[in-house]
Design a protein around this ligand. Structure first.
Ligand code: MF3
Ligand code: CO
Ligand code: CO
Length: 278
């Protein structure tokens, strides 16, 4: 299929989906506190996306044979959810040493926990994919620094986006920055093209060699979503649930994600939140 250049009509739909995804992250903040469970946060996000936004949570049953699940007017799945290995929830919550694809569960969040909440909204057939780190109470200074460095690595990458820049340039910059602070970059998972499909070409690695890789063109839409580990870069899978990715050394991991549009002069952050500077 190759890398698609989005039409103006598609870009308008991507703007709407992106704004809705960002709005979920803005909405959920006040619900994050000690004692709440990630399953409760999932339910709130699910209801918000389905009932308030008239959208669909793209992770629900993702990877399963009944994807996408259709929902009735109450937001209940009209087909069974995740009976065959599809992702069972409407958001990913990746707590502490979970790198990505954490499944919301019944364990109450504790003071000092850090976690990534990753949400993808489908609206009018188009996807908006974004994630941010949340902290519960007071995290350690080390955790705060990891979170900040990871966000800074995303922001410096976003600053580079414009026609003619190559994905290897961007990956290299992210890697150099994070490794320069003594952290490591996860290599097994990357950003991705996005549009009518959740994951499209190209792959957007968070490491690379300058002057290599896909050259950006106006009208491309893709995510950047660096995963940065406090310790070593290696990851392991939870084989029981089939989804959760953890750091092999059990060190903390952080991630931030935005969906981006390449414009004629630079970049438009389709999932920008009100609190953000750009
Ligand atoms: N939102 C994730 C991403 O950034 C993908 C989650 S897929 C799931 O690409 F199945 F794990 F939910
Ligand atoms: Co993504
Ligand atoms: Co995501």
């Amino acid at each position: 299929m190759g890398i698609q250049i989005k039409t103006p009509e598609e870009i308008e739909k991507m703007r709407i989906a992106g704004r809705l995804a960002a709005e979920v992250l803005e909405m959920i903040g006040e619900h994050v506190k000690k004692g709440v469970t990630t399953e409760e946060l999932d339910q709130i996000c699910h209801d918000h996306i389905v009932h308030k936004q008239g959208g669909y949570p793209a992770t629900l049953n993702y990877g399963g044979s009944v994807y996408p699940v259709t929902l009735d007017s109450d937001g209940k799945a009209t087909q069974p959810v995740a009976t065959d290995g599809g992702f069972p929830k409407s958001i990913c919550t990746s707590v502490n040493d979970v790198v990505c694809h954490g499944i919301p569960n019944k364990k109450p969040l504790r003071n000092g926990d850090i976690f990534n909440l990753d949400v993808t909204v489908i609206k009018d057939g188009y996807h908006g994919d974004t994630s941010k780190m949340f902290v519960v109470g007071e995290p350690t200074p080390q955790a705060k620094k990891l979170i900040k460095t990871t966000q800074d690595s995303l922001y410096l990458a976003i600053d580079m986006v414009k026609p003619g820049v190559r994905l290897g340039d961007i990956g290299y910059a992210i890697q150099k920055y994070a490794e320069g602070k003594g952290y490591s970059i996860v290599k097994e998972y990357c950003g991705h093209g996005i549009g009518a499909k959740f994951h499209e070409e190209p792959q957007v690695t968070h490491y690379g060699r300058p002057g290599t890789g896909v050259e950006l063109q106006e009208g491309m839409t893709f995510t950047i979503e660096p995963m940065v580990n406090f310790g070593k870069r290696h990851v392991k899978h939870n084989k029981k649930d089939g989804w959760t990715v953890l750091t092999k050394d059990r060190s903390l991991s952080a991630q931030w994600e935005h969906t981006l549009l390449v414009t004629s002069t630079g970049v438009e952050v389709l999932t920008r939140r009100e609190e953000e500077p750009f």
